[in-house]
Design a protein around this ligand. Structure first.
Ligand code: HEC
Length: 501
């Protein structure tokens, strides 16, 4: 019977036409996972176009001639419907997924290229799932390699920038040796993943998952150490993990839960106190129950869920914002909220930057819902200035050697092609750099010395656009396929004040 003559049965169509590549359980295979969580960033109309026309230069074939129109729409609705019960990804699945690509003993001990290894940039190209390596002195690419489908969250560097760890939306963690330009190992730590964090010595890796509700801890070779179920203190309510960050001075990872009002701190050193759990009669006499401090969560209970946050320089405090936009300051030593933040426009604290202004330490953040950059005093938590910009922005970037901070208006459909430069002394916009209307220009990162600022022309036929950070004039363009992010090794490893970590 020809496909169009029978009643549409999306589950059957899926098994017949899609399962071979996307997995019988939709968890992915040669093609990416097809679950609503994983597809959430792809508009349905776009997804339909991909299924009808296929994706050029990939294994994704066109189905317009194979599956009739209505059946195709139904099939697509079906892959945008959650799998019930939620798919599992156990410790055994994680262990079984690990791939050793290179023998560490065979990897050379110095870079295989002549460029300054600390001034390399990694450019994540989402258009065709590749990563380009740029020489930050010559501002030229030296290498390009395929990545996992849809990298998510910034890559994280370890061991002075020799190794870099990538997380993909579908849960794959990749360890890459930047000196040898080789993938070392990979493991699938989840089904839908937000980001990864790595200890500076590269010995511990943490993975924040939406699906399943877990925080996964790996060693530096991507062997599984532990799966932490993300649940509240009583183990009753489970939660997605929104993000995990590394806090070097504390030798710990800090994780934000999305559905439970708790922040977790997970120590990756064994030289740490036990964690009291349950009722404790007398702390000193150690009555009550304790669990080891190493690789277990220390919980801070909050009134609101935190979605995104920013750490103070010494990592003793974090500024957080909830989805509703309310801001609060949490002290990680006393494990309590210590102040409220007068922020209303949904600050994007994860991309906040700091600098010294008139004898004070300030931090500035974009807001996802209001067209302003907010400047906050890091001691008093007062808002010092609200700088109007062209539209709600996503990324704010500077460098200690630059007097300018660059902000985009990415969340504004009309003005997403405009970058603005803010003078960090006068706190005013001093220059506007407009690309072509309708084509996003965003995400700036500076060279190691702060001389050049690199921005993304965020399109499939996009580019890295290089600006002189003093004159703000365009210097050159390097064609790239939807360069969604770029990361300078030095700025990340040194935790440069003008960039996020
Ligand atoms: C021969 C293997 C193969 C088959 C069969 C296949 N796909 Fe794909 N599909 C892929 C690959 C590979 C990609 C990733 C393409 C890329 O690199 O962007 C993909 C991408 C997609 C995407 C975009 C996902 C994203 O996150 O970007 C959708 C949606 C999709 N496929 C749906 C389907 C559906 C529905 C079917 C069945 C009707 C199907 N595919 C059959 C290999 C396949």
């Amino acid at each position: 019977m020809p496909a169009h003559a029978r009643a549409a049965d999306p589950a059957a169509d899926y098994l017949l036409h899609c399962a071979a590549c996307h997995g019988v359980d939709r968890l992915g295979g040669m093609g990416p996972a097809l679950l609503p969580e994983n597809l959430s960033r792809l508009r349905k109309a776009e997804a339909l176009k991909i299924v009808r026309e296929g994706r050029a230069a990939t294994q994704m074939p066109p189905f317009a001639e194979v599956i009739e129109g209505e059946a195709l729409t139904k099939l697509l609705d079906w892959v945008y419907t959650p799998v019930v019960p939620a798919p599992r990804w156990s410790a055994d699945d994680i262990r079984a997924s690990r791939i050793q690509h290179a023998d560490p003993a065979q990897l050379g001990e110095r870079p295989v290229f002549s460029a300054d290894p600390l001034n390399l940039f990694l450019v994540v190209e989402a258009g065709d799932h590749h990563v380009s390596v740029l020489d930050g002195d010559r501002l030229e690419p030296i290498h390009r390699f395929p990545s996992r489908h849809a990298l998510h969250g910034g890559p994280k560097f370890a061991q002075g920038g020799r190794y870099v760890f990538f997380g993909s939306r579908d849960g794959w963690v990749t360890k890459y040796d930047l000196w040898n330009l080789q993938v070392v190992a990979e493991v699938r730590a989840g089904i839908n993943t937000r980001n990864v964090a790595v200890s500076p010595d590269g010995s511990h890796v943490a993975v924040a998952n939406y699906l399943p509700h877990t925080l996964v801890l790996l060693d530096g070779d991507l062997n599984l150490l532990k799966v932490l179920d993300a649940t509240d203190r009583d183990g009753k309510q489970s939660s997605r993990v929104s993000a995990v960050y590394e806090a070097t001075p504390r030798q710990s990872f800090i994780a934000a839960l999305k559905d439970v009002p708790e922040v977790w701190e997970i120590s990756y050193t064994r030289a740490v106190e036990d964690i009291p759990v349950g009722f404790i009669h007398d702390y000193k006499q150690r009555e009550g129950a304790f669990i080891p401090g190493y690789l277990n969560p220390r919980r801070t209970q909050l009134a609101d869920v935190l979605d995104d946050f920013f750490f103070t320089q010494d990592y003793s405090e974090l500024m957080g914002a909830s989805r509703e936009g309310a801001g609060q300051v949490v002290n990680l030593d006393v494990r309590k909220k210590v102040a409220d933040l007068p922020l209303a426009g949904m600050p994007h604290l994860g991309s906040g930057i700091t600098w010294d202004w008139q004898g004070r330490r300030v931090m500035a953040s974009t807001n996802l819902k209001t067209a302003e950059v907010t400047v906050i005093d890091l001691k008093t938590w007062e808002v010092l200035r609200r700088i109007p910009i062209r539209g709600p922005g996503f990324f704010l970037r500077s460098h200690e050697n630059s007097r300018y901070a660059f902000v985009d208006s990415m969340m504004s459909p009309e003005n997403k092609h405009i970058l603005q430069a803010i003078d960090k002394e006068t706190l005013e916009v001093v220059r506007e750099i407009a690309g072509e209307p309708g084509r996003t220009l965003a995400h700036v990162e500076f060279t190691r010395d702060g001389r050049y600022a690199l921005a993304s022309l965020w399109e499939d036929d996009g580019a890295i656009v290089v600006y002189d950070a003093a004159t703000l004039e365009e210097v050159k363009r390097l064609p790239m396929k939807k360069p969604v992010g770029k990361y300078n090794v030095w700025n990340k490893v040194m935790r440069e004040e003008g960039t996020s970590h």
